[in-house]
Write a protein that binds this ligand. Structure first.
Ligand SMILES: C[S@@+](CC[C@H](N)C(=O)[O-])C[C@H]1O[C@@H](n2cnc3c(N)ncnc32)[C@H](O)[C@@H]1O
Length: 491
C-alpha cells in the first residue's frame, strides 16, 4: 500500500490546523496570494508562476511549496520559515520526510472550507504504481459539495469517498457518516483526514460500490464516482470497469435500496448520448421504477473528440506517440458505440412511496454556491403542489414572495424616453434561474405578502380588469403553480 500517514494526536492536530490558518493557508488565503486553489497539475503549466510567487521564505510560501506544489524545501529555508514543533509533527505523522538536505512532502494538503485535506502528490501520477492514486479536491468535488443538501441526517454515506472531503463536510450535519472506497489507500487518506480535522463521527470501509454497506440504509448518500467515459482502466479514481456510463447507471439503480424513506442520493456524473436517441430519453430510463423523485441538472455537453482531448490532457504527458495512440483508442471506442456527445451534471434522487416525478433541466450558468438549500426547496415545492392538487386547496393558501427574489428591469432609450424592453425575475441565491415576464404578472406577484390568501389576491386582480373572473382565476392559478415550482412563491 506504500506510504501511510499517521494522524497526530488530537491536540497536535488542532495546533497544526491553527498554524496553517494563521499562515493564511486557507481557501481565501490561496485566492489572495495565488489567485487559485488548484494544485499546479502538469497540464495546467502553472508551476513556474507558483514558484515565482512563493520565492520569499515566508511561512505561507514554504507551506505552499510543500503541500500545494509537492516540492522539497531545503532544510535551511524550512528552519527559517517554520517552527521546530511544526516540522517535528509533520515528520512524525509522515507528511514530510528528510532526505538529508531537504524536507520532502509525501502528500498534498489542500484547504477546503474549514478542512485541511491530504491526498496524493500529483507527481505520483508519473510513477509506474499510480493505478491507486488518491485524487485531491478538484472542481467536480467542489460542485458536489455545493450541491449537497445540508439538513440534519441520522446516517450519511459518502460512496467512492477518495480523500474523504464529502464525508468531512457531511460530518457537521450527520449523526454518523460512513465513507467507502474500493481503494484502501483512499480509505487510509480519508481516515487520516478525519483525525487531522477532528471529525469523530466517521467510519471507513473498503470495498466495491455498495457492497461494504449491504443491508444498511441512509438519510443521505453523496457520491463523486469514477464517472469518466473511458475505454481505459488506467486509474481507479477516474475509470471503472463498466461500459460507457454503466457504472453510474448501476449506482442509480442500487441507491434506492440504501435510502431511508425521504432520503436523498446526490451524485455528480457523466452520461453518453448515442446516435438515434435523445439524451433525455436515454438517461430517463435509468430512473424508471427506482421509487424515487428525480431532479437531474445538466451542466455541460461535449462532442467526443473534444471530450477525449480534455480528459487525456488531464493525465501526464508521456510522448506525442502515446497521445496519438490514446486519442485513437478513445475515439475508436466512442465510434464503436455510436456516441454522439457526452453530458455532465448532477442528480438528486429522493426515495418516496407513491407516484414519482422526473425533472430534467439545465444547471444555470452562474451559480451562487452553496445551492443545496435550493435543491431541497425544489423538492419541497413539488411536495406542496402535490399536497394541493385542487384549485380550492391552493386558493386557500397564504403565499409570499421568497426573500431572495429580485426583479430586474431593462430599458431602451427611444425618442427621449426610457422604455421597458424586458422584466426578469431571478433568485439572488442558490440556483439563480432568471425568467422573463410581463409587467402585469410582476405586479400580481408583488401582492403575495403571506397575509392574504391566493383567493383574495386573485379576487383583487379580477376586480381591476375587464376580463371574465373565471378566466382570471384559471390563468392566475397557472402562474401561481409555476412560481411555486420555481421557488419564487413560498408558503
Ligand atoms: C473521483 S474520485 C472521488 C473522490 C472524492 N469523493 C471527492 O469528491 O473528491 C472517485 C473515487 O471512487 C473510487 N472508486 C473507484 N471504483 C470504485 C468502486 N467500484 N467502488 C467504490 N469506490 C470506487 C476511487 O478509488 C476514487 O477514490
Amino acid at each position: 500500500m506504500g506510504h501511510v500517514l499517521k494522524p497526530p494526536p488530537p491536540d497536535q492536530s488542532r495546533r497544526l490546523q491553527q498554524f496553517f490558518a494563521e499562515a493564511g493557508y486557507t481557501e481565501e488565503g490561496f485566492v489572495a496570494a495565488l489567485r487559485t486553489v488548484e494544485p499546479p497539475l502538469p497540464h495546467l503549466r502553472s508551476l513556474p508562476r507558483l514558484l515565482d510567487l512563493t520565492r520569499e521564505p515566508t511561512v505561507f510560501n514554504t507551506l505552499a511549496r510543500w503541500f500545494l506544489a509537492g516540492l522539497p524545501v531545503d532544510a535551511g529555508r524550512a528552519r527559517e520559515s517554520t517552527p521546530d514543533w511544526f516540522r517535528r509533527t509533520c515528520l512524525e505523522s509522515g507528511l514530510l520526510f528528510s532526505d538529508g538536505e531537504a524536507l520532502v512532502p509525501t502528500s498534498l494538503l489542500v484547504p477546503s472550507g474549514k478542512f485541511l485535506v491530504a491526498a496524493d502528490l500529483y507527481q505520483r501520477l508519473l510513477s509506474a504504481t499510480d493505478f491507486d492514486h488518491v485524487l485531491t479536491i478538484n472542481p467536480a468535488a467542489r460542485l458536489l459539495l455545493d450541491f449537497t443538501i445540508r439538513r440534519p441526517s441520522w446516517s450519511t454515506l459518502d460512496l467512492c469517498a477518495g480523500c474523504g472531503i464529502q464525508a468531512l463536510a457531511a460530518a457537521a450535519h450527520s449523526q454518523v457518516v460512513v465513507a467507502t472506497d474500493l481503494n484502501p489507500r483512499a480509505t487510509a487518506f480519508a481516515a487520516f483526514n478525519a483525525r487531522l480535522n477532528g471529525c469523530e463521527n466517521l467510519d471507513f470501509l473498503t470495498g466495491d460500490g455498495f457492497a461494504p454497506v449491504e443491508g444498511r440504509a441512509f438519510d443521505l448518500i453523496v457520491c463523486n464516482p469514477p464517472f469518466i467515459l473511458a475505454p481505459t482502466k488506467r486509474y481507479l479514481y477516474r475509470d471503472n470497469d463498466m461500459d460507457l456510463d454503466g457504472f453510474c447507471r448501476a449506482l442509480v439503480r442500487q441507491a434506492p435500496r440504501h435510502l431511508n424513506e425521504g432520503g436523498y442520493f446526490q451524485m455528480i456524473f457523466e452520461w453518453a448520448q448515442v446516435q438515434g436517441q435523445a439524451w433525455q430519453e436515454r438517461v430517463a430510463e435509468w430512473f424508471e421504477g427506482t421509487g424515487c423523485d428525480v431532479w437531474l441538472l445538466k451542466n455541460y455537453t461535449q462532442e467526443p473528440g473534444w471530450y477525449a482531448q480534455i480528459r487525456l490532457r488531464e493525465t501526464p504527458f508521456r510522448s506525442q506517440e502515446a497521445d496519438a495512440a490514446g486519442y485513437d483508442e478513445w475515439m475508436t471506442y466512442y465510434r464503436g458505440r455510436r456516441v454522439e456527445a457526452m453530458h455532465g451534471g448532477l442528480v438528486a434522487m429522493r426515495r418516496r412511496s407513491g407516484p414519482n416525478w422526473l425533472r430534467i433541466e439545465e444547471l444555470p450558468e452562474s451559480l451562487h454556491p452553496p445551492f443545496g438549500q435550493s435543491i431541497l426547496r425544489g423538492f419541497e415545492a413539488r411536495d406542496f403542489l402535490e399536497a394541493h392538487p385542487s384549485d380550492e386547496g391552493l386558493l386557500a393558501c397564504r403565499l409570499k414572495v421568497a426573500g431572495e427574489v429580485r426583479l430586474d428591469q431593462e430599458y431602451r432609450w427611444s425618442e427621449g424616453h426610457w422604455r421597458t424592453v424586458a422584466i426578469r425575475l431571478r433568485l439572488a441565491e442558490g440556483l439563480p434561474r432568471a425568467m422573463g415576464l410581463d409587467g402585469d404578472v410582476a405586479q400580481f406577484l408583488a401582492r403575495f405578502d403571506g397575509t392574504r390568501t391566493v383567493r383574495e389576491v386573485i379576487r383583487t386582480l379580477a376586480s381591476e380588469v375587464a376580463v371574465d373572473p373565471a378566466r382570471v382565476q384559471a390563468e392566475s392559478l397557472a402562474v401561481v403553480r409555476h412560481m411555486v415550482e420555481r421557488g419564487i412563491l413560498l408558503l
